[in-house]
Design a protein. Structure first.
Length: 257
């Protein structure tokens, strides 16, 4: 129906240009086709046709954008009513356990968008303090060759109480990720390097990453970064204001009980 309407809109618009004053009158198909062909061959006709089509597609773009925005808002409303339950489990966290808002993050240390998202999460933590808890889960993408080794390095550092320090170093040095960098950073953080290297290759660390990947798949997260803010999904490196809108709403809802 929309396609038919589109064609009728364009044809009627062109007809009004070609046959001003008589576009509404009955004319034969042959006369219409002849007038159309003659007009489109002219300089003014080509210009008018281009303008008409351009205006139509601009209108459609605006309509489609509005439709997407309305759908996104409807989806968010549904998620506030039925938030997704994502367990923190044994993931590294920052912030108090009883924080009213928990952000579950699925990330990849080699993903450039995750660097941007990390800065946004830091801003959220700075803004809300103890009202927010962040849990970090791993989703190393297969085409990022150092993503999984980096994830293992962060968890190995976490076994010695230095997950977030390694986390920060990995994101700050995203273009330099390699085994030598992991070992060098472990030394700088004062870790037992032998234990660190052993833990990097441990089955427990590898299993935790696989469990995170399975959890991401279960909840429809296939790319990074991905988040759940008290169960409301945020897909991609969206700006601080988007997170703020969700966090503020949860805090208001908690306040009202």
């Amino acid at each position: 129906m929309k396609k038919l309407f589109s064609k009728l809109f364009i044809v009627s618009s062109i007809a009004a240009l070609i046959l001003p004053g008589i576009a509404q009158a009955e004319i034969s198909d042959a006369d219409f086709a002849k007038a159309m062909e003659k007009y489109l061959a002219s300089k003014d006709g080509k210009k008018s046709l281009g303008s008409t089509v351009e205006t139509y597609f601009k209108q459609r773009q605006q309509e489609m954008r509005k439709e997407r925005e309305q759908k996104a808002q409807a989806d968010m409303e549904e998620q506030f009513k039925n938030p997704v339950k994502v367990a923190v489990g044994t993931s590294p966290t920052k912030g108090p356990k009883d924080a009213p808002v928990t952000i579950i993050e699925f990330s990849d240390f080699q993903c450039p968008y995750c660097v941007r998202a990390n800065a946004t999460i830091e801003q959220v933590v700075k803004e809300y303090g103890d009202k927010v808890r962040v849990a970090f889960k791993h989703l190393p993408l297969p085409f990022h060759k150092q993503a999984e080794p980096a994830a293992r390095a962060s968890l190995a550092a976490g076994n010695q109480g230095k997950f977030w320090e390694m986390h920060d170093a990995l994101f700050k040095n995203q273009r330099n990720l390699n085994p030598a960098f992991y070992e060098k950073t472990a030394k700088e953080l004062g870790l037992d390097v032998a234990k660190f290297k052993k833990d990097m290759e441990s089955e427990a660390v590898k299993k935790q990453i696989e469990d995170d990947k399975a959890l991401a798949k279960k909840h429809g997260i296939s790319g990074t970064p991905g988040f759940f803010v008290n169960g409301v999904a945020v897909r991609g490196a969206l700006p601080f204001d988007h997170f703020k809108t969700i966090v503020d709403r949860w805090l208001e809802m908690k306040k009202k009980g």
